[in-house]
Design a protein around this ligand. Structure first.
Ligand code: SF4
Length: 361
């Protein structure tokens, strides 16, 4: 049978091509995919542990020219509720983070046309001088593309300057679906698929730790989901030996509440639990060179998060003290450190707190 041949190939770490990935996605029974993905997870991450972490999302600004149609967070310049976070607000939020035992900020936000490279360098330097042990997981490929264009320089130069200013790792934000057909519809002003890939290629050459993501469940096809995964795997294959590359892959579903995609185009999120579990399992199977697969409990909630740990995921992410982009579009899941650990235990795993590089603490 085709699927059995593909199971063997996947277990032998032979990369699956697009047709093979598609065949598994559309034909394999979910319980077989989960079993296979769990066996592959054990080859990457032996044992019975699952990771979690404490970090805090702070949005640098909510002003963004991109106006992606799936985003209910961005504001136009001049909007009454537009903001740029002040140093005093950062200090209050970082103090709270440190009080809870975390040391990492996930800094994201809009592409504000008034903010250039110097703004981000000054921000990183200020935060690092105030909190020398703070880790900055900040921006994402679309911002790097935007800053390189604004400053008329290269991705390499922008990333190097940001690393010198204190950037510790680059989130895989803005990947959505790495297909320009999709991007032209949902985020036409943002980086193209090739640009997103190229920024990550440069980041890997600079040995900057990165993550990979997928925001699915809107207008993409199953084929485009599979292509997305294969593009990530192929890029990871290119990373220099010893470079961090993609440390993890995190898929999450489109949250439709209040979005233009829903109100204007009548596109609802296609999210359902079994589909998410299938995506987690397929991700583990196709991404044979990315060690960690993280389930997004923030968007899928407790039950599907727990089940993901039996479908190839080895991590439930962060308690995420503050998150505005996904929650603005309807996600209401929130978990304390205790709840996240209980969830991992209830799923039959041992919770291991980790840092951004997935090193146990
Ligand atoms: S998703 Fe990001 S880039 Fe797109 S409009 Fe929202 S803040 Fe801007």
């Amino acid at each position: 049978m085709l699927t059995e041949k593909l199971y063997k190939k996947a277990l032998d770490f032979v990369p699956l091509n697009k047709d093979e990935g598609l065949a598994l996605f559309t034909q394999a029974p979910i319980e077989e995919l989960m079993f296979l993905a769990d066996r592959i997870r054990l080859l990457h991450v032996p044992g019975n542990s699952a990771g979690w972490m404490i970090d805090r999302n702070v949005n640098i600004t909510n002003i963004c020219f991109s106006q992606c149609s799936f985003c209910n967070f961005c504001r136009k310049k001049g909007a009454t509720d537009a903001y740029i976070t002040t140093t005093e607000e950062y200090k209050r939020k970082i103090d709270e983070l440190f009080d809870l035992g975390g040391d990492q900020l996930l800094l994201q936000g809009g592409m504000n046309p008034d903010l250039g490279l110097d703004f981000y360098k000054d921000l990183f330097r200020t935060l690092k001088s105030l909190y020398p042990t703070l880790k900055l997981h900040a921006l994402g490929p679309p911002e790097i593309v935007y800053l390189a264009s604004k400053e008329r320089t290269t991705y390499h130069d922008v990333l190097s300057q940001l690393i010198n200013a204190g950037l510790d790792s680059l989130p895989g934000a803005g990947a959505e679906i790495l297909s320009d057909r999709v991007r032209k519809i949902v985020s036409p002003a943002k980086a193209t698929a090739d640009e997103w890939i190229e920024v990550m290629r440069v980041a890997h050459r600079l040995n900057l730790p990165t993550s990979a993501t997928m925001m699915y469940g809107h207008i993409e096809t199953i084929e485009e989901r599979v292509e997305h995964l294969i593009r990530l795997r192929d890029l990871q294959d290119e990373k220099p030996d010893g470079s961090y590359g993609f440390i993890t892959f995190i898929p999450w579903p489109f949250q439709d509440e209040g979005t233009v995609l829903r109100s204007r185009d009548n596109i609802r999120s296609s999210y359902n639990g079994p589909d998410y579990i299938r995506i987690i399992a397929i991700s583990r199977i196709i991404l044979n060179n990315i060690k960690n697969i993280q389930a997004s409990v923030l968007t899928v909630g407790k039950d599907i998060g727990m089940l993901s740990l039996h479908a190839g995921a080895n991590d439930l992410g962060s308690i995420m003290i503050e998150e505005n982009v996904v929650s603005a579009a309807g996600s209401s899941n929130r978990f304390s450190a205790g709840e996240l650990q209980s969830m991992i235990k209830e799923a039959g795993f041992i919770p291991v707190r980790r840092n951004q590089k997935y090193e146990p603490l």
